[in-house]
Write a protein that binds this ligand. Structure first.
Ligand code: VG1
Ligand code: CO
Length: 557
C-alpha cells in the first residue's frame, strides 16, 4: 500500500487526563488534531509493539466516532500495523476492548469515547489507548505521547479507501488487514466463563423478581439485549434506552442519582422493580439500585468482594486480593481484613489496578465513582458488576419457593452493614468552576496540611494525618504524587479534595466525605444527615465557597 507523509505542526494541550484525552468534539475536528495524537502515540511505542502487530479499535458510538475510526485505521496502516480488529459500526465497550485484546492476544487497542461525558456536536469526544494485557496505558506511555505531540512534524497515512464497518469479515489492503468483528461475542463468552448463567437465569425467570437495566442510549445498549434478554431470560421490556445513539438521546450518560434520574424515579415509584441498574457512555461504570434503595459504589465493591467466593464461579478459590482508589470508602478495607486478604489503596483511575492484577496480587477492586471490576479484564466493567449483583441475589434466593419472600438488595446491604459497620460516604462535585479559583483552593489546602500536626483539633474531630496522597506501585516502583488532599481523623473519618482529570473545560472540584458507623441502630440514617457535621467542616476548612464562588454542588452522590 502507498503511504503518504502528511506534514503537520504540534498542537498545544494534548495531555492525557485520568482516562484518555478528552476535549470538545469541535476541538478534535480541527485539522490534524486527532491524527497528531495518534501519530504521536505510534512515535511513543517501541516498534515491536505495533509493527506487523495486532490492534483493536472500538468505541461507544458517540458523534464523530465514524470519522475518527477511518483516521485511526489509516494511520495504523501507515505505521506498519499488520491487522486491526474493529467492532461492527465502530462499537465496542471499554471492558469489551479489554476482553478482546486479552483473548486475541493483541498488542493493544483504541477506545473512542469520552466515557460518561455527554456526546454530540456541542459536547465531548475522547480517545484512550490500552496496552497488551488490556490495561489503560501507564503514565510512562501517556507522558511520552504528550511529549511527542509537542514535536510532531509528520503523519504517516496509508492511502486506502474508507473501510466499510457495517458488515463482519476481513478486508485486505496489501499487507494490512481490517477485520470487522461482532462487538458482543468475545465479551459474552467471557461473562459465561466468569458467572453461573444458570443461577442468574433462575432469578431472572422468576415472576416475583422484576429487573430493569437502563443503557442510557449508550454502548451497553448493544450488549444488554443479547446478554440479559436472549441469554438470561429477562423480559424485553426490562431494557430501557437500549439503542446506542450518537448524542445518547441528549442525555448525560453517567449512571448516578442525578443523571440517571429516569431509572431512579422508576426504582422509587410505588410498585417499582426489585432490581435496577445502569451503565455509562462506554460501559465501564455501573449503578446498582434495589427497590427504593441506592447501593453506594463503595459499598457495592465491598459486598461483591464479601460474597464472590460463594456466588461467582470465577472466584471459587476466593479472591487473591482487594483494592480501591484512595477516595473510595473504607468498606472494602474491612472485608479484606476479615477475609485476611492483601489490600491496596491506589490513586484515582483504573490504570493503577492493572499491574497488581498482572502480578497476581489483586482480584476485585472498585472506585467510588461507580466503577467496579475484577481481573477478568483490565478495565472496570459495568455489565460485569450487574451480573455480579444478580449472582449474589440469585444465590441468596436459590432455594426460595414461589410466594416466599425474597432476600432483597436492601436486605443484603443492611446485613453487610450489620456485620462490618456502615461507612457513610458522599461525594460533592462542583463542575465547571473557574480553573483559577479551583487551583488556588488546592494550593491553599496543600498549605493547610503542610502546617497541620497529628492530634490537632478540627471541631470535634482530631487529625491523625493530613497529606497529599502519593502512591508507589509495588510492582514496578513508579511513583504517582499529588493525587488528592486527605484529612484523616482519629476515628477513621476522612475529608478528601481533588480536581477532576476527565473534564473537557474549566475545573471540577471533587470533595469526598466518609465516616464509619458501627452502631446498627444508626444505619438507617440518611447519608447526608449522618455526614452533615463533617461536610460543614470540609466546607469551612477548604473555604470552598470563597475560592469557587459556589453555594452548592452540581452533583451529589
Ligand atoms: C473520574 C473518576 C475516576 C474514574 C475516571 C474515569 O475521574 O473520579 O474514579 O476512574 O473518572 O471514569 P476524575 O479525574 O474526573 O475524578 V470513566 O467512566 O470516564 O472511564
Ligand atoms: Co466510562
Amino acid at each position: 500500500i502507498k503511504i503518504n507523509s502528511v506534514p503537520t505542526k504540534p498542537i498545544e494541550g494534548q495531555k492525557t487526563g485520568t482516562s484518555g484525552l478528552r476535549k470538545k468534539v469541535k476541538v478534535f475536528m480541527q485539522d490534524n488534531y486527532l491524527a497528531n495524537w495518534i501519530q504521536a502515540l505510534f512515535n511513543s511505542l517501541p516498534p515491536e509493539d505495533y509493527k506487523n502487530g495486532l490492534l483493536v479499535l472500538g468505541g461507544d458510538g458517540r458523534y464523530f466516532n465514524r470519522e475518527a475510526a477511518q483516521v485511526i485505521i489509516k494511520i495504523a496502516a501507515g505505521n506498519g500495523v499488520g491487522k486491526i480488529l474493529v467492532g461492527k459500526e465502530g462499537i465496542l465497550s471499554t471492558p469489551a476492548v479489554s476482553a478482546v485484546i486479552r483473548k486475541r492476544k493483541a498488542n493493544g487497542g483504541f477506545i473512542m469515547s469520552a466515557s460518561h461525558n455527554p456526546g454530540g456536536p456541542e459536547y465531548d469526544w475522547g480517545i484512550k489507548f490500552n496496552y497488551s494485557s488490556g490495561q489503560p496505558a501507564p503514565e510512562s506511555i501517556t507522558d511520552k505521547i504528550y511529549g511527542n505531540t509537542l514535536s510532531i512534524s509528520e503523519i504517516k497515512m496509508a492511502d486506502i479507501p474508507d473501510v466499510d464497518l457495517s458488515s463482519l469479515g476481513e478486508t485486505k489492503y496489501g499487507n494490512f488487514i481490517v477485520e470487522v468483528i461482532d462487538p458482543v461475542s468475545d465479551y459474552m463468552e467471557l461473562m459465561e466463563d466468569v458467572f453461573d448463567f444458570e443461577l442468574i437465569k433462575s432469578l431472572l425467570s422468576r415472576s416475583d423478581f422484576r429487573f430493569t437495566f437502563d443503557a442510557m442510549h449508550a454502548v451497553t445498549g448493544a450488549y444488554a439485549k443479547p446478554i440479559f434478554v436472549d441469554k438470561l431470560g429477562a423480559t424485553p421490556d426490562s431494557i430501557k434506552n437500549g439503542v446506542p445513539l450518537e448524542d445518547f438521546g441528549h442525555g448525560h450518560p453517567d449512571p448516578n442519582l442525578t443523571y440517571a434520574k429516569e431509572l431512579v424515579d422508576v426504582m422509587y415509584a410505588e410498585n417499582g422493580p426489585d432490581f435496577g441498574a445502569a451503565s455509562d457512555g462506554d460501559g465501564d461504570r455501573n449503578m446498582i439500585l434495589g427497590r427504593h434503595f441506592f447501593v453506594t459504589p463503595s459499598d457495592s465493591v465491598a459486598i461483591i468482594a464479601a460474597s464472590a467466593q460463594l456466588a461467582i464461579p470465577y472466584f471459587k478459590s476466593g479472591p487473591k486480593g482487594l483494592a480501591r482508589s484512595m477516595p473510595t470508602s473504607g468498606a472494602l478495607d474491612r472485608v479484606a481484613e476479615k477475609l485476611v486478604l492483601p489490600f491496596f489503596e491506589v490513586p484515582t483511575g483504573w490504570k493503577f489496578f492493572g499491574n497488581l492484577m498482572d502480578d497476581g496480587k489483586l482480584s476485585i477492586c472498585g472506585e467510588e465513582s461507580f466503577g467496579t471490576g475484577s481481573d477478568h479484564v483490565r478495565e472496570k466493567d459495568g455489565i460485569w458488576a450487574v451480573l455480579a449483583w444478580l449472582s449474589i441475589i440469585a444465590y441468596r434466593n436459590r432455594n426460595k419457593k414461589p410466594g416466599e419472600k425474597l432476600v432483597s438488595v436492601a436486605d443484603v446491604v443492611k446485613e453487610h452493614w450489620a456485620t462490618y459497620g456502615r461507612n457513610f460516604f458522599s461525594r460533592y462535585d462542583y463542575e465547571e468552576c473557574e480553573s483559577e479559583g479551583a487551583n488556588k483552593m488546592i494550593d491553599y489546602l496543600r498549605e493547610v496540611i503542610s502546617k497541620s500536626k497529628p492530634g490537632e483539633k478540627y471541631g470535634s474531630y482530631a487529625l491523625q494525618l493530613g497529606d497529599d496522597f502519593s502512591y508507589t506501585d509495588p510492582v514496578d516502583g513508579s511513583v504517582a504524587s499529588k493525587q488528592g488532599i486527605r484529612f484523616v481523623f482519629t476515628d477513621g473519618s476522612r475529608i478528601i479534595f481533588r480536581l477532576s482529570g476527565t473534564g473537557s473545560s474549566g475545573a471540577t472540584v471533587r470533595m469526598y466525605i466518609e465516616q464509619l458507623e458501627t452502631d446498627v441502630s444508626k444505619h438507617d440514617t440518611d447519608a447526608q444527615t449522618a455526614l452533615k457535621p463533617l461536610i460543614d467542616l470540609a466546607l469551612s476548612i477548604s473555604k470552598l465557597k470563597d475560592f469557587t464562588g459556589r453555594e452548592r454542588p452540581t452533583v451529589i452522590t
